[in-house]
Design a protein around this ligand. Structure first.
Ligand SMILES: Nc1nc2c(ncn2[C@@H]2O[C@H](COP(=O)(O)OP(=O)(O)OP(=O)(O)O)[C@@H](O)[C@H]2O)c(=O)[nH]1
Ligand SMILES: [Mg+2]
Length: 207
């Protein structure tokens, strides 16, 4: 008889300054869509997606935070709850790159070393407006001791590789899976402070 194992669930929190493309990266990953109109995230958004990997299936719970200052106080509790922090900057906005130091510090304060951090340089399609080179991004990630990748949500560049990279780094089910706490029941989160939520089953990523 086949053994049914609980689906390993992992919480990912997306951090970074306003307008760097956090929501766009998630939207590209979830729906393979991109919208040029900027719609600032209000509070926190929640989405979830099942990823079918070669050797296992994982459920990713994505917390999309707002970059706007007025929502900053909401963020620490989501960092505390997450096993992965995706820190995004805009390669055409040097200040957003410099501010990643604050985000890394915030994640370290909440989670210490018990967390996977990925530094993401987004908007690589803005070739003529680039202010941060890939070498600088890479060097910074080494300085922080975190993973690094460049993406373009607009061009759909490196989005799947980003999530594959994260999935590959996820700890084994025994160690960190929140499924352990939640048993085998799939939980729909109902309340997230000011959050607006939409749960998506996610059709199965061909990753
Ligand atoms: N050229 C280009 N524009 C992008 C890219 N990703 C996002 N954008 C644009 O940048 C703007 C902000 O994108 P969002 O995804 O809303 O940024 P965000 O980080 O979620 O912003 P907040 O929710 O306010 O924190 C939008 O106009 C997007 O269309 C990209 O890869 N390339
Ligand atoms: Mg957003």
């Amino acid at each position: 008889m086949a053994v049914v194992s609980p689906l390993a669930k992992y919480k990912l929190v997306f951090l970074g300054d306003q307008s760097v493309g956090k929501t766009s990266i998630i939207t590209r990953f979830m729906y393979d869509k991109f919208d040029t109109t900027y719609q600032a995230t209000i509070g926190i958004d929640f989405l979830s997606k099942t990823m079918y990997l070669e050797d296992r299936t994982v459920r990713l719970q994505l917390w999309d935070t707002a970059g706007q200052e007025r929502f900053r106080s909401l963020i620490p509790s989501y960092i505390r709850d997450s096993s992965v922090a995706v820190i995004v900057y805009d390669v055409a906005n040097r200040q957003s790159f410099l501010n990643t130091a604050k985000w890394v510090e915030e994640v370290r304060t909440e989670r210490g070393t018990d967390v996977i951090i990925v530094l993401v340089g987004n908007k690589t399609d803005l070739v003529d407006k680039r202010q941060v080179s890939i070498e600088e991004g890479d060097a910074k990630s080494r300085e922080y001791g975190v993973m690094f990748i460049e993406t373009s949500a607009k061009a759909g560049f490196n989005i799947k590789p980003l999530f594959r990279k994260i999935a590959a780094a996820l700890p084994g089910m025994e160690a960190h899976s929140s499924a352990k706490q939640e048993g085998m029941v799939d939980v729909n989160l109902k309340s997230a402070g000011n959050a607006s939520q939409s749960e998506q089953q996610g059709g199965g990523c061909p990753c």
